[in-house]
Design a protein around this ligand. Structure first.
Ligand code: APR
Length: 311
């Protein structure tokens, strides 16, 4: 079987983290592509030199040329700028849109069959723009957000209860911004529904922390945004596709009628396998959760309208 090719467009903090995780998991060969000369080449070589230590046969290379995206099975896009303290993800809309447009046109020309995962913020608008620019079917263009937001909530629940994070699973839906919706009834702890273990008031505090979790890291780092957990989250999505795992993952998928929403990318639970987004799962929400979800959809739509106005 031919080796898979995974392209990482953007070799910054998240790109480098993903390259290392891919080498550890040996999911395929990796090409890092960035506009800065030397950085993708340097990171690729650095990881290449560590492979003997981790028993990995992954081949990694770096490039400043989009032509090297050719033949990619999976492309993960972080190209763009991260936020600084005091900025919201939406403040990045103008600058990152221009970058996504450029990358999207390159992908259309070089890797027309790839499964594309977008990480660049503001996420829901950037993945919407990517699908529009490439014209790829929406099952092959997804955004990494819900998987990370859900993992953050799971982390806070685990810390609060003093249990293993790996035993907590959570679902956070809606846009990847302040309006994201943490669902109390869909958290389970070793299979036990969370309402049996934690009161709603405590959960609501953790939900607020989850919505602000990206900002909390930005305030601590001061020179960039979170990168380890976003990188690992995207690799989980890539793995589900490459290994046809049929994983149930919350991510930004294009809605065409589901949840009463049309022509918009938004965080919902989906099934990812060799067909990309193979199914969108429509789950029940109570009235207040649905109202919060609708509010989040409205915020995402604002940014999508901005993208549409661009052409
Ligand atoms: N093509 C390729 N790479 C580009 C381009 C482009 N047109 N423009 C910028 N880049 C590169 C930068 O040179 C940089 O190396 O994208 C990389 C971004 O890396 P970082 O600045 O380290 O940012 P990172 O933390 O990886 O986050 C990237 O993901 O979570 C989001 O908000 C975050 O939008 C940001 C993105």
């Amino acid at each position: 079987m031919a080796r898979k090719k995974i392209a990482l467009v953007g070799a910054g903090q998240i790109g480098g983290t993903m390259a290392l995780a891919l080498a550890q998991k040996q999911l395929g060969d990796v090409v890092l592509v960035d506009v800065v000369p030397g950085v993708p080449q340097g990171k690729a070589l650095d990881i290449m030199e560590g492979r003997s230590v981790i028993n990995s046969s992954t081949q990694l290379s770096g490039s400043n040329d989009y032509a090297d995206l050719a033949g990619s099975d999976v492309v993960i896009v972080t190209a763009g700028v991260p936020r600084k303290p005091g900025m919201s993800r939406d403040d990045l809309l103008g600058i990152n849109y221009g970058i996504i447009e450029k990358v999207g046109l390159a992908l259309k020309a070089t890797a027309p069959n790839a499964f594309v995962i977008v990480i660049t913020n503001p996420l829901d608008a950037m993945v919407y723009a990517m699908q529009k620019v490439t014209g790829f079917p929406s099952n092959r263009v997804v955004g990494m957000a819900g998987v990370l937001d859900s993992s953050r909530l799971a982390c806070f629940v685990a810390m609060e209860l003093g249990v293993a994070a790996e035993d907590v699973s959570a679902v956070v839906m809606g846009g990847h911004g302040d309006t994201m919706v943490s669902l109390y009834n869909y958290v389970s702890v070793g299979g036990i529904p969370l309402p049996q273990l934690m009161d709603k008031e405590t959960f609501d505090k953790l939900a607020v922390r989850t919505a602000n979790a990206g900002g909390e890291i930005v305030e601590l780092l001061k020179t960039g945004s979170a990168f380890y957990s976003p990188g690992l989250s995207a690799i989980k999505m890539a793995e589900a596709y490459l290994l046809d795992k049929k994983s149930v993952i919350t991510c930004a998928a294009k809605l065409n009628g589901e949840y009463g929403v049309n022509d918009l990318y938004c965080g919902v639970p989906v099934v990812i396998g060799a067909g990309g987004v193979e199914k969108i799962l429509e789950v029940a929400m109570d009235a207040s959760e649905k109202a919060a979800f609708d509010k989040s959809v409205a915020a995402v739509k604002n940014n999508a309208d901005w993208v549409n106005a661009k052409g």
